[in-house]
Design a protein around this ligand. Structure first.
Ligand SMILES: Cc1cc2nc3c(=O)[nH]c(=O)nc-3n(C[C@H](O)[C@H](O)[C@H](O)COP(=O)(O)OP(=O)(O)OC[C@H]3O[C@@H](n4cnc5c(N)ncnc54)[C@H](O)[C@@H]3O)c2cc1C
Length: 438
């Protein structure tokens, strides 16, 4: 598992009595390489092991539905981890405000964290690392092939990342061991208990979300394989319900993509293109956000796209909407409004409609920069899987040609790939979709 890890500082290990796994993006016990790596360290050091989650209540763009889903899953983990003699402490506060004190008061000698390429997580990581006095290692347990291993640069598209992933699949697409009952119990003292009392978060601040949790994620995956995967080739029909609905579980790390891919591959289940989406497209999202610091604004567009969008900046728009009209689903077009309503009422928009939805925001906004900002705002606020590298990459693909190529030029879009209502009509029963969500 060392091949999924990188050190974030060069501090020497000094004997302590505990090892900490700072759980952030990967909120699960099973198939979690970061937790496994922390336990391996703790066993070698003959230390106890604890898990910490730092709850930041003003996390950028997080809504109540996100918190309820996430906290339900996390509180379930507390009970499960107890059986392994590993406490999970959910603490209120920014990681760089609570973790340094937690490490000292728990007598910890190492910090292990999971990986995320997003600004907010990277900034916390840097700040925490600068304030602590123990070795800090980071384990990528989100991607099958670790993001910092598969490529050292921003990839042009799926076609350049795919061979790099495939080259390393033999090494990384393996079975994953389980954690074991930890033999050394965590011991608190008076100062630690006082600290905990001041920071601990309790479940009564959140509503229970019955669909959230590791077991629910597994159930969703099993149901998909049994009932839906064979229809995955018709995934672009939003009425067909031929997709997995796994994105919220994957986003909150309640299930491992490696486990999903491993089970499908090991059992030789025909995947109808599912593994391409789950592995290549998904890991491309992390690659994009890790190496492109402007992933959330129009500066991330490739040069050809910037040029062509600039050439068409002043084109006449048949319709122009502001953010309020988009958010309320009040455009002239029932199909777009239905997609927006699917997202605001269910927390999920079908993948094909996401592309159409974002491209129409480009068509009906005064400029690409505004379109990008509106799409990110709505996507992050309403999708349960929002605030994810896949979302930033998907929006940049739709509006700014990221990971795509130039197409025949047209009004407003220039050479950005175009999608229209008639194209949707040819692909699926548009009226049926509209009826379902209006
Ligand atoms: C404008 C736009 C916005 C998007 N916003 C998000 C977002 O906020 N969060 C998010 O997780 N995905 C996002 N996507 C990618 C994709 O649409 C969703 O992951 C997918 O629709 C989720 O539904 P599912 O789990 O049923 O997908 P399935 O088709 O069953 O796919 C399984 C998994 O593969 C991955 N995947 C599938 N398609 C893609 C893709 N095109 N790019 C990257 N990964 C993919 C996802 O992890 C998904 O859960 C966005 C795409 C676009 C075009």
């Amino acid at each position: 598992m060392e091949n999924r890890m990188r050190m974030l500082n060069a501090l020497q290990y000094e004997k302590g009595r505990n090892v900490v796994y700072w759980m952030s993006r990967d909120q699960r016990i099973e198939d979690n390489w970061a937790l496994l790596y922390a336990q391996k360290n703790a066993l070698e050091d003959q230390s106890s092991l604890s898990v910490v989650f730092c709850l930041v209540t003003d996390y950028p763009e997080a809504a109540k539905s996100h918190f309820d889903f996430m906290m339900t899953g996390l509180f379930k983990l507390i009970k499960k981890l107890e059986a392994y003699h590993i406490p999970l402490h959910i603490l209120r506060g920014k990681p760089d405000e609570v973790l340094p004190a937690y490490l000292i008061l728990s007598g910890s000698s190492r910090l292990v964290s999971d990986f995320s390429p997003l600004h907010v997580n990277q900034e916390w990581k840097e700040s925490v690392t600068s304030k602590i006095h123990v070795p800090h290692s980071e384990v990528d347990t989100r991607n099958i092939v670790p993001c910092f291993k598969v490529s050292s640069k921003k990839e042009y598209g799926a076609y350049t990342l795919r061979p790099k992933i495939n080259r390393l699949m033999g090494e990384f697409l393996t079975d994953i061991p389980s954690i074991t009952q930890h033999p050394i119990p965590f011991e608190a003292n008076y100062d630690f208990d006082t600290f905990l009392n001041n920071h601990q978060v309790f479940p009564d601040s959140f509503s229970v979300c019955s669909s959230s949790g590791e077991d629910q994620a597994k159930c969703c995956f099993n149901g998909f394989v049994e009932n839906t995967l064979e229809r995955y080739a018709s995934r672009n029909d939003p009425n067909a319900d031929a997709v997995s609905h796994l994105s919220k579980y994957l986003h909150f790390g309640q299930i491992s993509s490696q486990r999903i891919a491993y089970e499908i591959s090991k059992n030789r289940i025909p995947d109808h293109g599912f593994l391409e989406e789950l592995i290549v497209r998904r890991e491309l999202g992390d690659n994009f956000c890790f190496y492109e610091k402007n992933y959330d604004n129009a500066l991330c567009f490739p040069d050809w796209a910037k040029l062509t969008l600039n050439d068409h900046r002043n084109d006449f728009r048949d319709y122009l909407y502001d953010i309020e009209a988009f958010e309320a689903g009040k455009t002239h077009e029932p199909l777009w409004n239905a997609a927006q309503n699917q997202m605001t009422s269910t927390g999920y928009m079908h993948g094909y409609m996401r592309m159409y939805w974002a491209k129409k925001i480009l068509e009906w906004s005064p400029d690409p920069e505004t379109a990008m900002a509106i799409a990110i705002y709505l996507n992050n606020k309403y999708q349960l899987d929002g605030r994810d590298p896949n979302g930033y990459a998907g929006i940049a693909w739709s509006i700014g040609g990221v990971h795509d190529r130039a197409w025949v030029p047209r009004n407003v879009f220039g050479k950005i790939r175009y999608m229209n209502y008639n194209g949707c009509k040819r692909k699926f029963d548009v009226d049926k979709y509209i009826k379902a969500y209006i």
